[in-house]
Design a protein around this ligand. Structure first.
Ligand code: GLV
Length: 326
């Protein structure tokens, strides 16, 4: 049997690379810049598999250009870059990488929260610029984190990992999610359910952990943002389009909220100029960016693709209805 041909849009990590090479004929994209669309489509012409990053959009044009494509293994937990119904229609299996990045992403949400509340970035820039004249009682006074109320929107694996960390800060935790968690889970995470409007009115920090889909796109529009306390901060490590960025800029400009920590943006890598303010900490989509976690994500994606080409069910299949064994 000829080996399956797979295009991988990144060199990945050695473990994942070796795994893929053990069963597939692999073509890796190793340039720093992402492949241009024409190049991407051209490379897929004769491929049976695609292992890709969240920067690659996989829609009808890809499926048309790649008639032999049978699996898309996304190296991310979010899969809003992939048109799942279109893939399912053409019996193309789609997989993602859940479970391996929860703790790392929760760490980063906390990094943004602490950085914006305690003005770490502003202070760093000030010291680096050589402006520091000595201890100043009034300088860079921020907002306390400990003892405050943390509002978690989306209470899946990552939201819960964020909640767990709040215990050390003695915070009250409230959450909102599509479905309410069981009493046991609420007890384990010391978290109380609120409807979204109540959560926004009560929280000192609102942190977003929902997937991007038809229900969550632009979920944080002007009316929602305006329900937050003027002293509250918004933290987003989920997906940019969950927040109406222009409305967020307006909320910041008009002091309807105190600040924001943002890892994701509506039109990455474009960042709305109105967000480049001292009370906003900006990061270039780094939630899962530790070496350990990125290696695990790469291996998970490779395992999904290899399982598929060995005739097994990939462990993280998003559209099982597209899977035809044999
Ligand atoms: C990162 O944003 C991911 O979805 O894995």
């Amino acid at each position: 049997m000829p080996k399956a041909k797979v295009f991988i849009t990144h060199p990945l990590y050695p473990g994942a690379r070796n795994l893929l090479q053990s069963c597939c004929e692999c073509e890796f994209w190793s340039k720093q810049e992402r492949p241009q669309r024409e190049e991407f489509l051209g490379r897929l012409k004769d491929k049976n598999g695609l292992v890709c990053l969240l920067t690659e959009r996989v829609g009808d044009d890809v499926l048309r250009a790649a008639p032999k494509l049978r699996i898309v293994a996304n190296v991310a937990v979010g899969y809003d870059n992939v048109d799942l119904p279109a893939c399912t229609k053409r019996a193309v299996v789609v997989t993602n990488t859940p479970g391996v990045l929860d703790e790392t992403t929760a760490d980063f949400a906390w990094a943004l929260l602490l950085a914006v509340a305690r003005r770490v970035v502003e202070a760093d820039q000030y010291v680096r610029a050589g402006n520091w004249q000595g201890f100043d009682f009034d300088q860079f006074c921020g907002t306390d984190v400990w003892g405050k109320t943390l509002g978690i929107v989306g209470f899946g694996r990552i939201g819960r990992a964020v909640a767990r960390r709040s215990a050390g800060f003695g915070m009250k935790v409230i959450y909102n999610s599509k479905t309410r968690a069981s009493d046991e889970i609420e007890k384990e995470f010391r978290a109380e359910y609120r409807d979204l409007n109540a959560l926004l009115a009560e929280s000192d920090f609102v942190t977003l952990h929902v997937p991007l889909n038809g229900n969550t796109r632009q979920m944080f529009d002007a009316p929602k943002l305006f329900r937050m306390k003027p002293t509250a901060y918004l933290i987003n490590t989920s997906r940019g389009p969950v927040v109406d960025e222009a409305a967020l800029v307006h909320a910041l400009e008009s002091k309807k909220i105190a600040g924001a920590g943002l890892d994701v943006f509506e039109q990455e890598p474009f960042v709305h100029p109105g967000l480049k303010r001292p009370n906003v900490v900006l990061a270039p989509h780094l939630g899962s960016a530790s070496n350990e976690t990125r290696a695990k994500m790469a291996t998970t994606a490779a395992q999904n693709a290899v399982a598929f080409f060995q005739g097994q069910r990939p462990p993280n299949m998003l559209n099982p209805e597209a899977f035809k064994n044999g």
